[in-house]
Design a protein around this ligand. Structure first.
Ligand code: ADP
Length: 367
């Protein structure tokens, strides 16, 4: 391994600025090692330091600014903001498979050894906005794991030249805060089989580093339980090395009619603050009309529909806008949804779905 920085306690003449201030990730010269003398940033101290106030050995050689970024931007906390399986509408088959394949083994590693050992990595593929991130969070919540979420494209754009260090630090932190789930969105952007013209040396190194770190993931390891969940809208772009490391590839399709219905009911049903005059028949009409909508399209549609009563109230009494309350609004009706559907159309093209289905037929995990 290439040394990241100097040894613990050594002075670094080029270190600029304190540890507290933000240093853009590409100004690597200004970074200092986490194990060096001086105060650690508060978040790093709180989340990573041991009772003695010292960082675990595995983190001491890493750049402290990168550790701080991981703590503040990538680490989403314990239990992954607590998404429950029931919060994810539809996707019954994927939820069942993920639980059997990943959650059970992580809850009881002793039982799931050898032939029952869980895969080291999981790939979720399908159109955007269908719940892939939610599934990653639900896995983390279920096994009381720390959830890390990063978009792979940010490793090449935001972390220009530093992506490799970032990845190494991320997996090291995940090991320290195990059990952990690392969710890498748009994973195809760094593990693509296609060589982009003039691929940078830094990009090649980043790819190699991710593959090395993926090899080190093991959800059933006794002392370092880390699961990698990759997500992509372009699974066919992944190279063989990436596929081998994520042997289970699960198709997360657009929501079915039942799922779309429950997405609407959750947002405006009993218990929500939005009164609705929708009949069962109205609801069925909306469900029919929204065939092809993704989960995030559905959410946007309902939000847009909820503006209808507000617009009407303001049109009637613009002068009362500042004092309007929920009680002054009429209930939602089907017209609100009809209007909203003009603004919020399905974001996924039918031709894309055919592409996913073909890929699924060739590579998808079967239930
Ligand atoms: P992606 O598949 O792109 O990772 P996300 O999981 O981030 O999609 O979903 C984006 C948003 O869309 C969620 O925060 C949620 O509001 C909504 N959504 C998507 N799929 C579902 C689903 N199956 N059940 C409930 N909400 C969903």
């Amino acid at each position: 391994r290439q040394g990241l920085s100097r040894s613990r306690g050594a002075k670094r003449p080029d270190a600029q600025g304190g540890r507290g201030g933000f240093v853009p990730p590409f100004v690597s010269k200004a970074m200092s090692a986490a194990g060096a003398e001086g105060e650690l940033p508060t978040k790093v101290q709180e989340l990573l330091a041991g009772p003695d106030g010292e960082l675990p050995e595995a983190l001491q050689q890493l750049d402290v600014q990168i550790l701080e970024m991981i703590c503040s931007e990538i680490l989403e906390g314990h239990a992954g903001s607590a998404v429950a399986w029931d919060d994810i509408a539809g996707q019954q088959q994927a939820k069942r498979l993920v639980q059997e394949l990943i959650v059970w083994p992580m809850l009881n590693p002793h039982l799931f050894k050898g032939a029952r050992a869980p895969p080291k990595g999981l790939l979720l593929f399908g159109p955007p906005g269908t719940g892939k991130t939610l599934i990653g969070k639900a896995i983390a919540a279920n096994i009381k794991a720390t959830f890390f979420a990063i978009s792979a494209s940010s490793l090449t754009s935001k972390w220009i030249g530093e992506g490799e260090k970032m990845v190494r630090a991320l997996f090291a932190v995940a090991g320290v805060l195990q059990p952990s789930v690392i969710f890498i969105d748009e994973i195809d952007s760094v593990l693509s089989a296609r060589k982009s013209e003039g691929e940078h040396e830094a990009t090649r190194r980043l790819k190699t580093e991710i593959l090395i770190q993926m090899d080190g993931c093991d959800p059933s390891a006794a002392d370092r339980r880390v699961l990698l969940v990759g997500a992509t809208n372009r699974p066919e772009e992944l190279d063989e090395a990436a596929r081998r490391r994520m042997p289970k590839q699960l198709y997360i399709p657009l929501p079915c009619a039942d799922a779309r219905r429950s997405m609407i009911e959750r947002q405006i049903g009993p218990g929500s603050s939005v009164p609705s005059a929708l009949s069962d028949a109205d609801l069925s009409k909306i469900v029919d009309k929204t065939k092809g909508y993704s989960g995030s399209d559905m959410r946007a549609l309902v939000q847009e529909a909820c503006q209808g009563p507000v617009r009407d109230a303001v049109a009637l009494h613009a002068e009362k806008l500042a004092t309007l309350s929920e009680a002054d609004l009429r209930p939602l009706n089907i017209r609100d949804f009809q209007m909203a559907a003009r603004a919020q159309r399905a974001s996924v093209q039918p031709s894309e779905i055919q592409r996913y289905e073909e890929y699924d037929a060739r590579h998808g995990a079967r239930y």
